[in-house]
Write a protein that binds this ligand. Sequence first.
Ligand SMILES: [Zn+2]
Length: 272
Amino acid sequence: MKKLIAALIFLLAISSQAHFKGPVLYVAAHPDDETMLGGILGRLKEKSIPTHVIYITRGEGSKFNLITGNPKDNLKMRPGEAREAATRYGIQSVTQLEETDAPMRDPVTQKPIQDVEKFLKSGVWNTHRIEKSVLDLAIKIKPRVILTMLPFHSKIHAHHQAAGQIALKIAKNPELKSSVVGVYGIQETNWYPEGTFESMPGQMKFETERYSPLLGKTYRAFQAQGAAAHATQESGHKGELPLAYEVLVPLEEKNGSQEFRELILAKPEEKR
Ligand SMILES: [Zn+2]
């Protein structure tokens, strides 16, 4: 009998080890960047995985404000929208940095430039200060997984790539090396024409059209509900996104990342 109990305890121990428990840290450039993985945030929420977000800017660089009509109000309004979205998404903490959100714009197209090297060299962001803030937070919460934006993709906003590069860099810090088992970037598939993002090795596709009994809706609807908190921005008015999936790309993976992969790829769990 004693042997049986010992065996049961052992089995329980290994089965509980096999489940990803977090925490997760998302390193983002602007308020509303978290909407890009709103469905995945639903998966983290239903599993009660502590999730934290750090925004590098307050999003004042947006050229419009759909509530007041004055983009100057974004500086004050967008961090509040991000906090409301975080509540809806089940995010445990929001850390708001105050780097300048001044996109360097292409003189011809007026779109934010995509040249991340040029942007980082411009000094608009104090990268040393950002790295310190992200690292201090990460040391405090000890994330198992860091989510961020794609650090090296020539088509996306330079701020997004810069956030990804900063996240990758701090994950290598000796103080975090033992806790972080994976760093993943989000493909911005719903915001660019089809074919912008080539298939990447080891990528994980999270189907958002599935119904989550624990959330009481599909992951896609959950994404839209969180995004609607960004009422000053277009991102808050999109409703359910056209594509019914979100894609995470491994930027760095170590032993232990399998648990996170299983969490992302598993079927929705029934309510108990
Ligand atoms: Zn952004």
